[in-house]
Design a protein. Sequence first.
Length: 753
Amino acid sequence: MVDTGLAKSLRLGFGALALLIFFQTSAFAATQEPTGPSEFLFLVQMVVLILVGRSLGELMQRIGQPSVMGQLIAGILLGPSVFGALWPNLQHAIFPSSHEQKAMIDGVAQFGVLLLLLLTGMETDLKLVRKVGRAAFSVSISGICIPFACGFALGQFLPEQLLPRPEQRLFASLFLGIALSISSVKIVAMVVREMNFLRRNIGQVIVAAAVIDDTIGWIIIAIVFSLASHDAIDAVSLARSVLGTAAFLAISLTVGRRVTFKVIRWANDHLVSEAPVITVILIFMAGMALTTQLIGVHTVLGALVAGILVGESPILTRQIDGQLRGLIMGLFMPVFFGLAGLSADLTVLKDPLLLILTGGLILIASLGKFAGAFIGGELGGLSHRESLALACGMNARGSTEVIVATIGLSMGIIGQTLFTMIVAMAVLTTVAMPPMLRAALARLPIGAEEKARLAREEFEEKGFVANLERILLAVDESANGKFASRLAGLIAGARGIPATVLHIGERAKHQEARRAETESPEAAVKAGAQQTALVAAQSENQKPSEVEITTRAKEDKAEDAVAEEARKGFDLLVIGVDKVTAPGGTFHADIARMATGFDGPFGVVLAQGDHRDRPNDSAFKILVPITGTVASRRGAEIAVALARANDVALTALYISAPSEKSGRRRGASATRLHEEEILKDLVDLAERYDTAVTTIVRADIAPEEAILREARDGRYDFIVMGVNRRAGDALFFGHVAAAVLEKAKTSILFVSS
């Protein structure tokens, strides 16, 4: 529904009236002579900052600016710069200067800083950094060194009245160097993503350079703040900060990766309370922050590294990100940035000298960053246009600058006036960056190789296999179980998808002790994963991914065991048990009950022929019937993944209804066009994964007979079918699938939606 001008005016009027009433109530409460900090006033401050910050953030997003700027501007408007100048008594009543009252909301803001750094770390894509390599590092290093030198030089010439402790000018200069050199990866990524340039080559370089910028910047900040806390630079404190930081990063990015994954998985799989993973992540973040504090480095580094490790964890990243983001964006961001804006008193800029100094600060910061990024792009082998786009994109300071300035103010490195100047610089550079970057990116052409890569990535975003995060196997020691385990490993290996092997059946209690045997399902998963990982690594020129395998042994009924495990969050269930069929060619009741306990796509495996005799190393010749449905497409994706992992060709079979004897049927041309589109989609899918595919079209009124005949005549040993489950207690995929299950002499994988 389109809003009318009247409706907008009414909403604004009612909003302004409600806000005015709220302020009047707050002012009345503030007149009550509290003996200590007021909880009522604390809640008033929280509500005002969240309400105004989120409202202005919404407005800023609608005009193409980041929402964080709206929250920062909200604080400036509510502070002494605007609200305090127009209505000083009411402003002081709501935001009094008493230390006890400020400490309450400052505590929320300080914890919010750590959460913001946690979220920033989770958004840090180290794979992207490694991918673009040389250009990103060149841009980042040059983009840090040049503005850092400019900021340090500026700090050496600042008037003493701008420094809270003139005798520590060195620390203030170092701080200014950092403040002018660091970029905001959040703002940069937001604009690049908004323009659909995130996957473009130049977009990846921009974001990766911003990530490196941010990471190096926070490391330098942590070291400088550590030195400042000692009030002097000496060899011992410097060595402690540098070596402590290096050791912390080395341990975190090696051992810490595996520990983080195991802790997150353990919490998700064993704790039954609501949102246990979020609790564990918050405790983990606090522990990392305390660790950096203990080694003499600021807590922000610990929170950032904790976020990187959580983001790198190959399990539940989407769910974790969504849950944390809502809490941070809805509560902590408007409070923190609102308080930062409250601390900035722009009325000091009425002084012509300070106004000129602020303009000079903004000019030096912009030119230094622009020149550094542009030179870095040229050294990194980018074109002039690409280097220009980089220079425009890297100039946004945004939230990162405000966090840095707030910490510097709290530690006494900078004073209130210099803090205000830095906040003004952050706001203006951030507001100017989006239109400049849009204009620069719009002029960049796209090459053939880049166009092909983008098409493939867009294709994968809509795919099934490409978006799997976790696989559950319900298997026993039968040939079906081992063959199903091998198939799951082949699917998981390309992207290092974690897999859980759930042993079921009467002998489940003995399986965990035997899981290291070469013939166990775990060994089959590992072998299949290694095979696929090597193929994927060779085609993509990267290190093979490792698959984390977890073993579960349940003595419960199979359906209860699957239902209990499924609650832990899986994207695909693969069932491989000895008893697949029942008399009459239907699925065994145990399989139906296991499938019912899993809310999501699942596969049922039947091994026959060589796959039953040698489930771990037999060859494949795959036939995949296609119909154009979503379920059929999902089965085709699985078939392509298996064919690619085994370096074998794939045959796709489309069965059409036979034409009438009289010749042309009504709508025959439309039918042929539909058939061609279905086959083309499958061919495109296979080609994108460098898999050879042959397409066959057969006309038959009985699709099941056509499939069985093609499998027999073509000597195919494996049929992969995408199917839809029909309603009812029994597991039924339709008459075609039932006939194939009953009569086929080949191995079968049914992939259900």
